[in-house]
Design a protein around this ligand. Structure first.
Ligand code: SF4
Length: 308
């Protein structure tokens, strides 16, 4: 049944959804009332706020965060049953960012960097970082690589993927027949986690909105998520690398819209993180298959040999 929301309530609801989106949370469930009951889902799909009801068994609704379940479904599949679209495009109105009024991507990226400032939004700012590692590369790249977070070399140089893993990534890019300067490279978190530990979920959620804004500026055709942390954060889903690899996902940066009406998101592929490939070189062939899939999507001619 269509519902008409009070305009005030609708605005407040949109603001709250936007807030949670920036934290990486997309779907909302009312607490189940019994083993089999009605759940209310409020989600944002593209530029629409969707209010939907769904009869569920308690066991089918997980309120766990992504890493708690290897088989967790993609978030879009959660929005089911008779969706009721709120007629006014209010999400677009509240998603505007300062860089969206700028057409020059170099300037737009600079605005995001200035907005980030000397960031202290998560604990990583006080755990030994030397500097923020924002991102590097072609601001209009067709291909973007997203890793997990800076390591010691990246922290020292202020550029992502410059250590041993970076060398391997460079080789992977070269093997595709292009140069590092032609792609854009960034990470989920912009500060080095101490001891190269995996970034915590809240750190990823706090930092990734800035990455989403970078993606909306660069407007790549394809993003390659390097490793599980990047894949799970970008896709807001949890699954094993084996399940995540080998296919494309339709991707739109959460909580932000590009100022280009012709860019409505991109494809996203998942492959192994170069640091993992250094530890287990036997998987290089699998990573090469992923990159070949990307090259086909981008219309690039596949060289005969993969990355060494
Ligand atoms: S990791 Fe991101 S959110 Fe956390 S302090 Fe660094 S720049 Fe800020």
């Amino acid at each position: 049944m269509p519902r008409t929301l009070d305009p005030e309530l609708r605005r407040a609801l949109a603001a709250r959804i936007r807030y949670y989106n920036e934290l990486g949370i997309y779907d909302f469930y009312r607490q189940p009332l019994s083993d089999c009951t009605e759940a209310v889902l409020i989600s944002v799909d593209e530029d629409e706020i969707i209010v939907s009801t769904n009869i569920v068994s308690t066991s089918s609704v997980s309120t766990n965060q992504p890493e708690s379940g290897e088989q967790m479904s993609p978030r879009k599949s959660a929005a089911v049953a008779v969706p009721v679209v709120v007629e006014e495009n209010i999400f677009e109105a509240i998603a505007l960012k300062p860089e969206q009024s700028v057409s020059d991507p170099v300037k737009a990226l600079r605005i995001i960097r200035e907005d980030l400032g000397d960031c202290m939004r998560c604990v990583l700012h006080k755990q030994g970082r030397k500097q923020i590692v924002f991102g590097v590369g072609n601001p209009t790249a067709e291909l973007m690589f997203v890793g997990e977070g800076p390591g010691a070399d990246e922290d020292a140089q202020g550029e992502p993927f410059v250590g041993r893993a970076g060398q391997l990534l460079n080789n992977m890019i070269k093997a595709m027949g292009i140069e590092r300067e032609q792609v854009y490279i960034a990470n989920i978190v912009k500060c080095r986690p101490p001891g190269n530990r995996t970034p915590e979920r809240d750190e990823c959620a706090t930092c990734s909105p800035f990455l989403m804004r970078q993606i909306a500026v660069v407007k790549p055709k394809v993003i390659v998520a390097l490793g599980a942390v990047a894949a799970k954060t970008l896709l807001a889903m949890s699954a094993s690398m084996m399940q995540l690899r080998g296919r494309f996902y339709d991707f739109r940066p959460a909580g932000i819209r590009s100022n280009d009406p012709d860019w409505d998101g991109c494809k996203l592929a998942v492959t192994y993180h170069p640091a993992f490939l250094l530890r287990d070189p036997r998987q290089k062939g699998e990573a090469w298959k992923d990159l070949q899939m990307v090259m086909k999507e981008l219309g690039m001619k596949a060289p005969a040999k993969g990355a060494e």
